[in-house]
Write a new protein. Structure first.
Length: 364
């Protein structure tokens, strides 16, 4: 089968290999069969390997949905009745966690920082000192709206020093930036199949220490569909998801993970780095401005300022899209930007091809 290859420079879903696409073509199977349950259990163990987590101490909880469902599950499930959630907020995705906390009436502190800079660790520490009832700290590893890479390891150290758990939204860094969850002082992290592992949309996962899940059994039930403990215990007891899983997406995720391990995290990150460097080089050649200082970027997402006041994003997007390249609008209220992202099954040659088309679009 000849499948058109599109280069997606949005922050997910990502460009996938044809072999991952074709992995969805399988015989029909009821997801309540033991065979499928065994596949999901194996998948969960492999997902832990990506962040070097020991399955004796960690568990994977699978959900049907986008990465936001994992955020929802963590915010609603991991704060005790007498506790408080500290959200270190410097962007649109941490702000989404704040909105969830409000929706579920979870006691929380929204510690807000400018979206174009790093959180102030001294302010984080002061907030923890002043609020001994903080039981969990939440932040986003990479703020996907800007590309800022937050100091999760340091925030996690502060959380642990004050007896709180560390919840990290690693949706847009998992399986791309190599890290060990334990070494990063993370107790709970998350991602979705259409991002780092280069799978398909519809499957997401929370990776959590079993001790955290055990403690959370006593916490208030604020959600039914996204309750993290119900989802975890349901699978442990039955070998099935509580609700219908995205069957074909699970098969694609299994194939994507096999390709991840075959490439290896070091070589995969080297490929992403080549892609990142090509994005920086292309922007510099066209004298376009990156709005976030390079030293605090992850590189996986680059926020680019509009080149002029009359820049027509839709026209440029459509010109590129018609030629197989997708660019993405910005998510900064303080600036007019668009984003170029380095995730997915792409390499520097794809970026070089994109900039040829992008330059044509600018001059068209």
């Amino acid at each position: 089968m000849n499948i058109q290859r599109n280069i997606l420079l949005n922050p997910g879903p990502a460009t996938t290999t044809d072999t991952v696409k074709m992995a969805q073509i399988v015989p029909d199977i009821c997801p309540r069969e033991r065979e499928f349950g065994a596949l999901m259990r194996e998948l969960g163990t492999d997902l832990l390997k990506v962040v070097h987590a020991d399955p004796a101490d960690w568990a994977t909880v699978l959900f049907c949905g986008s990465g936001t469902i994992c955020m929802d599950a963590c915010v609603s499930s991991l704060v005790p009745a007498d506790g408080k959630l500290l959200i270190v907020n410097n962007g649109a995705y941490s702000a989404r966690a704040v909105a969830m906390a409000r929706a579920y009436s979870v006691p929380h502190i929204d510690l807000t920082f400018p979206v174009d800079g790093l959180p102030d660790l001294a302010a984080v520490e002061q907030t923890l000192n002043e609020n001994p009832d903080i039981s969990a700290v939440y932040t986003t590893h990479q703020e996907t709206g800007t590309g800022i890479l937050n100091p999760v390891r340091e925030i996690g150290t502060l959380a642990h020093e004050h007896g709180a758990i560390m919840i990290a939204d690693t949706i847009s860094t998992y399986a791309m930036i190599p890290f060990s969850a334990d070494e990063m002082n993370i107790d709970v992290c998350m991602s979705s199949a259409q991002k780092g592992i280069q799978g398909m949309t519809g499957l997401s996962y929370v990776l959590a220490k079993k001790s955290v899940l055990a403690a959370a059994k006593a916490y208030p039930v604020r959600s039914y569909y996204t309750n993290l403990i119900m989802q975890y215990e349901g699978f442990e007891q039955t070998g099935e998801m509580r609700f219908t899983p995205p069957v074909q997406t699970v098969y694609a995720a299994r194939r994507a993970l096999a390709e991840y391990f075959a490439e290896g995290e070091t070589k995969k990150w080297a490929r992403h780095t080549r892609t990142i460097d090509a994005i920086h080089a292309g922007l510099a050649r066209l004298s376009l401005t990156e709005v976030i200082p390079r030293e605090i970027q992850s590189g996986l997402v680059v926020a680019v300022a509009y080149p002029s006041a009359d820049f027509d994003f839709t026209r440029v997007h459509d010109y590129c899209y018609e030629r197989g390249y997708t660019i993405y609008p910005g998510k900064m209220q303080s600036a007019s930007t668009f984003r170029l992202c380095a995730l997915g099954a792409i390499d520097e040659a794809d970026i070089q091809g994109f900039f040829r088309v992008f330059e044509e679009a600018l001059n068209a």
